[in-house]
Structure formats: structure tokens, C-alpha cells
Design a protein around this ligand. Sequence first.
Ligand code: ADP
Ligand code: MG
Length: 435
Amino acid sequence: MTTVALKDVIKVFRDGTVAVDTINLEVNDGEFMVLLGPSGCGKSTVLRMIAGLEEPTSGAVMLDGEWANELPPRERRIAMVFQDFALYPHMSVNDNIAFPLKLAGVEPTPRGERVGDVASALGIGDVLARRPSQLSGGQRQRVAMGRAIVRRPGLFLMDEPLSNLDSGLRAELRAEISGLTRELGVTTVYVTHDQAEALTMADRVAIMRKGVLQDVGTPTQVYGRPATLYVAAFLGSPRMNLLEASVYVHLDRYVTLTLGEQALYLPWNDIRSRAVAHYHGERIVVGMRAEALTPVAPDTSGDVLRGRIRYLEHHGHESLAFLDIGASAIVVDEVGGPIDGDTPLGQRGLRRFGQMMQRFTGRVAVEQGEHASIGGTNTSVLNDPGRHHRRPAELAVRLAPYPAVSTGHPLSVKVRMDALHFFDDRGDRIDVGWR
Ligand SMILES: Nc1ncnc2c1ncn2[C@@H]1O[C@H](COP(=O)(O)OP(=O)(O)O)[C@@H](O)[C@H]1O
Ligand SMILES: [Mg+2]
């Protein structure tokens, strides 16, 4: 029903804050696009420019292919749902949902029908007579959604609509929202800081950092082939293991990736070894998700890393072991937040990162207070000791629910070499030219 295109959109607020820095993004008709990023990265500002509540400083906001920078919000056929949605407390659910139609001058009979349809689609058909105060949090959020949908918008804009709900309800509403918008065929731009929410709901995810778009793609693409170190670190639970490696090329034989006192070898006939070989004598970041690591017997040879279990986390359906392998990990700031992606850290919250790590891992982050800076063009993650954030690697490995090992035990893991990710010292993916 509606397409959105942002062309070189920049938003600088009056106080000089660059909230959005040259964003290019297209949202297709009927698509569910999720804008993902930590607090303060500019997600709401993007959404507000699409809604017409803010004007871009430069660049173009196009709706259905037409220049829309100055188009007033009410002429955009847009509905918005916010985190802090406000229902009219003195009106019934029915009247709350019907209100936008009443304003638009829709006659009572069709109005009643449309409210009924929307309410039953949202599973709140039986509470139409109640006041908001008589509803649960989930029901109230459904009413807010109903009020937005009832106008049959061409474009649905949602700004962290589930953030205030408890996790069970959030998971339930996630499925409902994405199901409903698809059923209605409404183009949707959905803002969240929760990577799990983004990956489960989106047709495509656009990941932002400090006003800059980092990567856009289907959940499979951005998870499986992240464009930057930042995206790699942001997506997935447990987080991707990001290890500092030194590259050494043995011509025509193999490329050695030295991780502390251990090494992995990329055979020369592996096409990726050519791309990585450009970094001979330098340091890069090697990313490996927990699913690329399989516990093996200690005498196994080949692509194996050996370590000692620093601590174990029991998650019911699985356990996670965190191995000390004597290598350095790269910590990407702003990714922040506990493993389930709940509370993001704002820019000003960065200083707390080390303390948070300490709280979650029970140990002190090395070089606390120093932060990686990989967003800019000329900053280096690895080679600028004043700006990076390095700590002893604790390799996350998946184990069975009640493993026979415990803290302090040695553990060897086989590395799926084809599942490794490589990033240069600016945090860009070392593109190995294959998918
Ligand atoms: N009206 C404003 N004036 C000045 N700065 C603003 C204004 N609104 C937002 N900002 C700043 O712009 C940046 C992006 O904000 P926002 O888009 O709300 O981020 P997000 O929604 O990702 O948390 C933040 O640094 C925020 O403090
Ligand atoms: Mg916001």
C-alpha cells in the first residue's frame, strides 16, 4: 500500500546533535522492516521523519515515490504506536478504538463494524465495554494497536511498542503483531533495541549505530553474514565470540591465525585465505558463534581450540560454558546489555559497561572505561590502544543441559572453519567474495 525511501537523510538537531547521518533505506510495499540499534542511535528520529513529526536537515523522505519532506503528518496515511501509548481513560475500549473513525466522520454503522473486525482480529472482542483501567497490560497494548489499525493506514510505524511489557507477553504480542500486519498487508517500520525481537519479527532488519546505518538484510543475511564487527556483536545469543588474531601467511601452504598461544590454519586452497592473507603481519578479528564450536575428545586433532572452563551458565534447555583459551577478546561497546538483550546502554551509559560485564560475568573487565570505536572511517579497533576494549577471551560454547563437566575442567572444541567471520581493524567485514 505504501513504500518508503530515505535518500541521504541527515538530521542535525539545533543543539548540534547529529542524530541521523546520511541514511539510505528503502522499505518495500507490505514489508515488515525493523530498525534495530541501542538507545540513542537515532531510531526514533528516523521514524519521526517518516511520520512527518521531524523534518530532515537534508536528504529526501519519499512516500510512494513522492517527495514528502514537508508533507504534514495527517496527509501521510500513517498510523503510529509508541511505547508509552495513551488510551483515553474515561472511554470504553470500543470508543477508544472508534475515536479516529469518529474524527474522520465515519458513520456509526460502518464504524461499529470496523471496530468489531479489528477487535476480534486482536482478540479483544469480549472486552469492548470495559475501561482501560480494567484491562491487563497486553490488552491495553492491543487496544492501542486497534486504534492505530482501524484507520486502515498505508504505513504502520511502531516505536518500541512492547518495551513496557513483561517478557512472556512480549513474545506473544511479537507473533501477533507481525502476523496481523502481514495479514493486512500494511507496510511496517518497527523500532526496537531488542535483537531477538528484530530477528523473529522482521522481513528485513536495518541495524543502526550512532546515526549510521550499519547493515540491512533479512534476518538470515545479517545474522549469517554481518557487514561489520558491530553487527556481528549485536546479533545473537550468546554473543558471537570475537577474538583478536594475528595473521601470518605461509605462501602456497596456509594462513595461520594466531589466537594467543593457539592457532587455527586456513589452507591456501580455501578461497578465504587469499582475502585474509592481505593482513599478513597484522591483527584482525575472528568471529565464531557458539554454534561453530563443538566439544570434542581432548586427543582430537585438526581445527581445535583448547581451554579451561571459567564458568558455566545453566539455561534449562542447554548450558553455556565459557572457556579461557588464553586469547584476547574484542569487546564492542554500545552493544551492551545483558545476554537477553534487555536494557541497552545509551552513549552516556558506556562507562557502566565494564561494571555490567562484571555483574554478568563475575569478573572485572580489563581496561575498563576504554572503548572500542569502530564506526568512523579512520578509527582502528585494534591498533589504537586508547580506544579499544580488550579482555581475556571467554569463549562461549554450547553444552548439553546438565553437562558432566564443571568449572575448572579442561575442554577442547572443534571449530567449524567455514563458519568463521573475519573483520579488519576498522570493524569492516573482510569480504571473502563468497556466500
Ligand atoms: N529534539 C532533540 N534535540 C536534540 N537532540 C535530540 C532530540 N531528539 C533526540 N535527540 C538526540 O538524538 C540522538 C538520537 O535520538 P533517538 O532518535 O531518540 O534515538 P533512539 O530512538 O535510537 O533511542 C540522541 O543522541 C538523542 O539524545
Ligand atoms: Mg527511541
